[in-house]
Design a protein around this ligand. Structure first.
Ligand SMILES: [Fe+2]
Length: 397
């Protein structure tokens, strides 16, 4: 497991870090059965096997092919199978077909990982310039993003199986603690705040440039919204009151017949939820999780409050505890002023998704240790809720 001190940065010995991060992905999957590895129950869920191969292809494509002359790919067909969305890197398997990949087998994928790891380790023992080190660090951060995606997808695969199988051992989830007794809300003064990444440590391109933002004074809750509070919203017919919902959200709730957070089921008069350990009664003291931005928005309105913008969140972040659930914001995922899309295929990593998505801030119990940053910008469409997402409320003063 990657320790908290092992930040993926250029300050750490790369070979040891590479090995540690790569091992962590395999560890997350240790308790899966062979059938779990190929399952794709929804378009947006990828089979665990695909993640293990795609992160490996990323090192082949962006590091080994660039750095090693005459590099021989493990299998030339894998570029088609495991390129996710990089159009300038060639044709790729449509996303909705990933579940059709019963072959290559999981054993073949593990062999693929070993082959690429050996090539990478040989290369890392030689001299590397800063550009190559940066490519490897990007690859490791990319793999860490997929470690969280792996946990999201494993939870969806098991949590939508009618048997609700338990699969907690070895998943590398951080501990989730109950929301403490309500702490007083935080007040942030009006002022100009510096937003965005401003150190030499690694950050994704979408966190820059650092820039100034004027904020009016606002209040932010110290604690995340709990399951208990969310139950009150349900019991007050929150899902049935059109006045609480954005138009798109209201349509989504009705068309998708949404009546509770993802993984919640009403069983014998009790609300239960799936949490990797079977179906259990909802713990009212834990933070609510697996709600969409639409739901977060409606809940905030029901409370007479609102979601923070991503800039408010970042300005207040030194004063709040976070790391349990990604926190919905009211901000659209847009480029910061002066943002330049990186040249080449790597420019497709973040920039092309800057439309129709909303920003989430913080980190979650599924975020690998060392992968958190106050400037980190996660993003999803407002109907998605298989990510470990929660709610923190704000108010205008
Ligand atoms: Fe990826």
């Amino acid at each position: 497991m990657v320790e908290k001190s092992q930040l993926v940065s250029d300050e750490i010995a790369l070979p040891a870090l590479y090995s540690s991060v790569r091992q962590h992905s395999l560890q997350i999957c240790e308790s899966l059965e062979a059938e779990d590895f190929s399952c794709q129950p929804e378009l947006y869920v990828s089979p665990p096997k695909w993640h293990l191969a795609h992160t490996t292809w990323f090192f082949e494509k962006f590091v080994l092919e660039k750095v090693l002359k005459n590099y021989q790919p493990y299998d030339p067909s894998f570029a088609y199978l495991f390129n996710s969305y990089y159009e300038t890197a060639g044709d790729h398997l449509p996303r909705n077909k990933r579940g059709a990949l019963t072959r290559p087998t999981i054993d073949a994928i593990r062999e693929y990982r070993r082959y690429v790891d050996e090539q990478m380790e040989t290369m890392e023992r030689g001299w590397m310039d800063d550009d190559v080190r940066q490519l490897i660090i990007t690859g490791l951060n990319h793999e860490q993003q997929h470690q969280e995606l792996l946990l999201m997808d494993i939870k969806f695969i098991l949590g939508t199986n009618p048997l609700y199988p338990s699969c907690l051992a070895g998943l590398c989830l951080n501990e989730m603690s109950a929301v403490p007794q309500r702490l007083p809300s935080i007040t942030i003064d009006e002022g100009i705040y510096l937003i965005g990444h401003g150190t030499k440590e690694f950050a994704f391109d979408n966190e820059s440039p650092r820039h100034r933002v004027h904020l009016d004074a606002f209040g932010l809750e110290s604690d995340l919204v709990t399951n208990g509070e969310y139950l009150d919203f349900i019991l007050d017919n929150g899902y049935k009151r059109v006045d609480l919902w954005l138009s798109d959200g209201w349509q989504w709730v009705n068309e998708s017949r949404i009546r509770a957070p993802l993984y919640w089921h009403f069983v014998d008069g009790i609300w239960c939820c799936y949490d990797f350990d079977g179906l259990r009664p909802v713990d009212v003291n834990l933070p609510v999780m697996h709600v969409s931005q639409y739901e977060a928005n409606a809940f905030a309105r029901w409370k007479g409050m609102r979601l923070p913008t991503e800039f408010e969140w970042e300005a207040a972040s030194p004063f709040i505890e976070w790391g349990t659930a990604w926190e919905h914001t009211a901000s659209a995922y847009l480029p910061y002023p002066g943002y330049q899309r990186p040249e080449g295929t790597i420019g497709e990593y973040n920039a092309k998704f800057m439309s129709n998505q909303m920003v989430l801030r913080g980190a979650s119990i599924a975020t690998p240790p060392g992968h958190q940053r106050l400037t980190y910008r996660n993003f999803f469409t407002p109907d998605m809720r298989w990510q470990f997402s929660g709610i923190r409320l704000a108010k205008t003063l």
